[in-house]
Design a protein around this ligand. Structure first.
Ligand SMILES: *Cc1c(COP(=O)(O)O)cnc(C)c1O
Length: 394
C-alpha cells in the first residue's frame, strides 16, 4: 500500500533536491558559445561564487563532479614527489589522499578518532615534528558526508600557524558550502573545492575551486599542472578558455539561478535554516535512539554536521528495511551507509533546497517506518523535533 505519489524527496547527501526555478532556468535551447548572454552568465556565476566562497580571489568552474575538483586543486599547486598531510575524519579526506598518491604525491595521514573530528592540537604537534618542512599541503574536509562530522577549519588554520608551518591549507567544502559558514579569505584557506549537487542546489556536473594568493604563488612552480585543470589556461582572454572547451551551458543556467536564490535569501539566513533543520533532525534521532536500534555516529554533539546526520545501527539491527520502506512506501530516499558504515548505517541529509515541511515529512516518514516495520525506537521523535523548533523560533 504505497503512499508514494507526486514529488519524491531526496534525503541523501548528494545529489540533493533541485528547486523548480533551477530546473526551469535549465529548460532552454542551447546558445551561441562565442557571445551574447552566455558571457554574462559566466560573469555572474563567477561573481556569485566568489560571494559564496567569501573570497576576493579567483574561482574556477569545471565541467566535472567533486572528484574532478580534488584533482584540479592538487594538480595546480603540487609537483610529483611533494608530500601532503591528510587529516582523516571519515572517508573523504583519505579518498582525496588516494588521488594525490595516484598523481605521484607522497601522502602522510594524521589518523582521526573513528567517530569524531580532527583534533587541531594533534595537527599542531604533527606539523612541529616536520622539522624539515617537507609537507607542502594539508588536506581536510569541512563536513565528511560518510561520518556526519564537521571539522573546525579556523582552529586547524590556527594550529598550522601556531606550528609556524607554511604548508598550504586545502579544504573540501563539497558538503558544506551553502549550508554552513565558510570563509576562504577570513579563515586563511588557500584552496577550497565544492560541487554543484549538494548545498548549491544544482544537478551534479559542475565543480568549483577557489584559490587564494599563496595557492596562486605555488601554482607557478607546480609540476602536476595539466591542460584541462590548469588555472593559468582558464584565465586566458577567450571565453572558451574558462572551460577549456565548450561551456556546460545548461549547468551554468541552473547554477546562476541557484546562486541567485542563495544570495537573495542571504547566506546568514541560509546557514540559520540549516542549523534549525539539522537541530530538528537531531532531536528526533535522540528520541528514536532510546529504543536501542541505532545511535549517532558522531559521539560529541558539537561535532555533528548541520548538513547531514549519520546513524549507526546497533548490534543485531539492519538499516536496509528502514531505507527501503522510506523509499518504496513514502518516496523518501535516505542515504545508505558508506565506508565502514556500509550495510551498518544510514544517513539523513539536510542540505541545500530543504525547508520545514520537507524535513518534517522526511522525519515523519522515518517514524512511520520505525512504527510499521517495526524497529525499536523511543516514541515521539517528530514531536520532539517540532517542540525544539518551536522553542527556537519563539
Ligand atoms: C560528495 C562528496 C565528494 C565527492 O563528490 P563527487 O561529486 O561525488 O565526486 C567529496 N567530498 C565530500 C565531502 C562529499 O560530500
Amino acid at each position: 500500500m504505497p503512499l508514494r505519489h507526486g514529488h519524491d524527496l531526496l534525503a541523501m547527501p548528494g545529489p540533493t533536491n533541485v528547486p523548480e526555478a533551477v530546473l526551469e532556468a535549465m529548460h532552454h535551447p542551447a546558445v551561441d558559445i562565442y557571445g551574447g548572454g552566455l558571457l554574462e552568465t559566466t560573469r555572474a556565476c563567477h561573481d556569485h561564487l566568489r560571494r559564496v566562497f567569501r573570497t576576493r580571489h579567483a574561482v574556477y568552474v569545471y565541467a566535472s563532479n567533486g572528484h574532478g575538483a580534488w584533482e584540479a586543486a592538487l594538480s595546480n599547486v603540487l609537483s610529483r614527489g611533494d608530500e601532503v598531510l591528510v587529516l582523516e575524519s571519515g572517508r573523504f579526506a583519505p579518498g582525496w589522499g588516494l588521488m594525490a598518491e595516484a598523481l605521484g604525491v607522497a601522502v602522510q595521514t594524521l589518523e582521526g578518532p573513528p567517530r569524531g573530528a580532527v583534533d587541531p592540537e594533534q595537527v599542531e604537534t604533527r606539523l612541529r615534528a616536520d622539522t624539515e618542512r617537507r609537507i607542502r599541503a594539508i588536506l581536510v574536509v569541512q563536513v565528511d558526508t560518510a561520518a556526519g562530522v564537521v571539522n573546525d577549519v579556523p582552529a586547524i588554520r590556527a594550529a598550522i600557524d601556531a606550528a609556524g608551518h607554511d604548508a598550504l591549507l586545502l579544504v573540501d567544502a563539497i558538503a558544506s558550502l551553502g549550508c554552513l559558514p565558510f570563509e576562504l579569505d577570513a579563515w586563511g584557506v588557500d584552496v577550497a573545492v565544492a560541487a554543484s549537487q549538494k548545498g548549491l542546489m544544482t544537478p551534479p556536473g559542475l565543480a568549483f575551486v577557489a584559490a587564494g594568493p599563496r595557492a596562486r604563488q605555488a601554482h607557478k612552480g607546480a609540476g602536476l599542472r595539466s591542460r584541462y585543470w590548469d588555472w593559468t589556461e582558464r584565465e586566458g582572454p577567450e571565453h572558451y578558455q574558462k572551460y577549456c572547451g565548450t561551456p556546460p551551458e545548461h549547468m551554468l543556467f541552473g547554477l546562476e539561478r541557484a546562486l541567485e536564490m542563495l544570495l537573495a535569501e542571504g547566506l546568514d539566513a541560509v546557514f540559520e535554516r540549516h542549523r534549525l533543520l539539522a537541530g530538528a533532525v537531531r532531536h528526533a534521532v535522540e528520541v528514536w535512539g532510546e529504543g536501542g536500534a541505532f545511535e549517532f555516529n558522531i559521539v560529541d554533539p558539537a561535532q555533528r554536521a548541520d548538513s547531514v546526520t549519520v546513524l549507526r545501527m546497533r548490534e543485531g539491527f539492519e538499516p536496509a528495511p528502514l531505507v527501503e520502506f522510506c523509499r518504496d512506501v513514502c518516496g523518501v530516499t535516505l542515504g545508505i551507509g558508506i565506508g565502514d558504515l556500509s550495510g551498518r548505517g544510514f544517513r539523513i541529509a539536510h542540505m541545500g533546497h530543504i525547508n520545514a515541511p520537507m524535513i518534517l515529512g522526511i522525519l515523519g516518514s522515518v517514524e512511520l517506518a520505525l512504527t510499521t516495520l517495526p524497529l525499536p525506537h523511543g516514541p515521539g521523535g517528530v514531536a520532539a523535533a517540532v517542540r525544539w523548533l518551536g522553542d527556537e523560533l519563539r
